[in-house]
Design a protein around this ligand. Structure first.
Ligand code: GLC
Length: 586
């Protein structure tokens, strides 16, 4: 009897603990913000739509497509750099932050784009590229004139090493040394990207003042935030240490998170960001799971979100961005789960599979040969059912694929060209390199948007600056719009479903059967609704056995990428190749 009372007391204690935990988890419910509920769509202006027939996309071209964007259901447009630029790196080399690139139009065009978006209840975020400028920026032109020029310290200048070579052995992201000798003053300047992209010296308060005032210029016009280019690289190690002898090749991490990084971001937040109701997302090259919350924890007052690079590295060999490696679904799940857990209650994730620097998502994570439509839809299901803000890249909503680049002349990217030259100079395997670039090259995502089956895919009336993917006659927005069960129409549906169900935005994420090699499944537990998402990431039919905590519940099919609605029977779901289903508990 005594032991019965004891176990009853223990049982009561257990209930109390569970109750407290529950209370705690509901108390910890995510703080709501418009940018957490938003769906962001990246426009790469050069390749989106050409309104004036010069083969290059422009701002009026974007304006012509605003109703298309509205019909997709996205809320925020992230516009790639549209500032004045000599285009060494397609606008990521800015020569004037307060002027519009001639090829893209005028400030009046920009103002009407912003007004057109706001009129449709959409928002606009700009690409803030302030780790570096163009070497044609007025600041750099002054800076290189003499050692005592007032702009000298706007950039990072160093004397040569004793042998006359560069000050240290740092390499540029685009290959070769990160230092360029300038004969006017016989010093080297730092460029972590192309030599036409000198790095700004963030330790100089005058640089920061100039950047903040430029940010006010755009925010006062009414823009709704920034995507911050390579934000993690702003602060440099003042010792500029060479890579150690046992260096593992992870130079992004070596350059990132400098000693004053967070001090500068806090300052930027205080002096600029906090004064507006905006969103910020930082491109955080070299930032790992431990460092990420330092950028995005709300109580630190820095950024709202970052783009992490771990998932984008899944198919590269570590320390060698040029070599492909095979990956398996459990690794993908593990990265997603890890980042979700790390951010839960501490920050907010961005959810993305591609952008202008990465291959087409259906070619990389789906199956563009055998199940292009099906796999493109399942990737959409993933993007729209995760906790975090989803980011889409233009054309992925049509299931656009990597391009069939043949020779080096088909490419346009400075990154590809520089690496090609370096490998050639070293007598390396050029064919192998080109194979890798066909798979990973950034130009894959930069071929023109495929609007219809007219010449140049309806993107332009003139031969575009980069080849149109010849599959445009099959894959284009007009066709996708007309087919009921197209990738585009599925995106519209799944976007609208997410927007009507905040549980998919804020609810807890609980992965099911992590080692399963074919199925990615999870529960999303919102305050009002519980969801079950089951996605077949393979080209085979599979039977997925739900674990006990999900098996016996009453699941209603809400959205199914095959429109057949497989129900949960005996705790099992049978999925066709690349099929995905969203269920809601009744
Ligand atoms: C970022 C941009 C990329 C650019 C680089 C240098 O990674 O996304 O396109 O080349 O920064 O600005």
């Amino acid at each position: 009897m005594k032991s019965f009372i004891w176990s009853f007391e223990i049982y009561l204690l257990g209930l109390l603990i569970i109750g407290c935990n529950k209370m705690e988890s509901s108390q910890k419910a995510e703080q709501q913000n418009w940018w957490k509920e938003a769906i962001v769509y990246e426009v790469y202006p050069r390749s989106f739509n050409d309104s004036d027939g010069d083969g290059i996309g422009d701002l009026q071209g974007v304006i012509q497509k605003l109703d298309y964007l509205k019909s997709l259901g996205v809320d925020v447009i992230w516009l790639g750099p549209m500032y004045q630029s000599p285009n060494a790196d397609n606008g990521y080399d800015i020569s004037n932050y307060e002027k519009i690139m001639d090829e893209f139009g005028t400030m009046a065009d920009f103002d009407s784009l912003l007004a057109g978006l706001h009129k449709r209840d959409m928002k606009l975020i700009l690409d803030l590229v302030v780790n570096h400028t163009s070497d044609e920026h007025r600041w750099f032109k002054e800076s290189r004139k003499s050692k005592d020029n007032p702009y000298r310290d706007f950039y990072i200048w160093k004397d040569p090493a004793p042998d006359g070579g560069p000050p240290n052995n740092w390499v540029s992201y685009f290959s070769g040394s990160a230092w360029q000798m300038d004969s006017t003053t016989n010093q080297y300047y730092l460029h972590l990207f192309a030599k036409k992209q000198p790095d700004l010296n963030w330790d100089n308060p005058a640089v920061r003042d100039s950047i903040y005032s430029m940010m006010h210029f755009w925010l006062d016009k009414g823009v709704d935030g920034f995507r911050m280019d390579v934000v993690s690289l702003y602060s440099k190690d003042p010792d500029f240490p060479s890579f150690p002898p046992d260096f593992n090749g992870d130079f992004a991490h070596f350059y990132a998170n400098g000693p004053h990084e967070h001090e500068y971001l806090k300052e930027m937040n205080r002096r600029v960001l906090s004064q507006y109701d905006i969103m910020t997302v930082g491109e955080a090259s070299g930032v790992n799971l431990d460092e990420a919350p330092l950028y995005v924890s709300p109580d630190r007052h820095e950024l709202d979100m970052i783009f992490q690079f771990e998932l984008m590295g899944i198919d590269h060999q570590s320390g060698n961005y040029l070599e492909h490696r095979d990956w398996k679904l459990p690794e993908f799940k593990q990265i997603i789960t890890k980042w979700d857990t790390a951010m839960a209650g501490k920050g907010w994730n961005s959810i993305f599979l591609g952008n202008h620097d990465n291959p087409r998502i259906v070619s990389r994570f789906g199956d563009d040969e055998n199940y292009r439509r099906e796999s493109a839809k399942t990737l959409a299901t993933f993007l729209m059912t995760m906790r975090g803000t989803p980011y889409l890249y233009q054309g992925d909503e049509l299931g656009m694929t990597n391009a069939p680049f043949k020779t080096i002349n088909d490419f346009r990217d400075i990154d590809t060209f520089n690496k090609y030259k370096e490998i050639k100079a070293k007598g390396g395997d050029i064919d192998h390199f080109l194979d890798q670039e066909r798979m990973f090259g950034r130009d894959n995502a930069r071929t023109p948007m495929q609007w219809n089956d007219q010449p140049y895919a309806g993107f332009s009336t003139h031969e575009p600056w980069i080849m149109v993917n010849p599959n445009y006659t099959e894959i284009n927005a007009a066709k996708e719009d007309s087919l009921q069960h197209s990738v585009l129409n599925y995106y519209r549906e799944v976007i609208s479903y997410r927007k009507n169900h905040p549980g998919l935005v804020y609810g807890d994420f609980d992965v099911l059967d992590p080692p399963n090699k074919k199925v990615f499944a999870y529960l999303r537990n919102g305050q009002q609704n519980h969801f079950l998402v089951v996605m077949n990431f393979s080209g085979q039919e599979v039977t997925f056995q739900l674990p006990d905590r999900a098996a016996t519940r009453n699941w209603n099919v809400e959205l199914d990428s095959y429109y057949e609605g497989p129900s949960v029977k005996n705790g099992e779901v049978v999925l066709k190749p690349w099929q995905s289903v969203i269920y809601r508990e009744l």
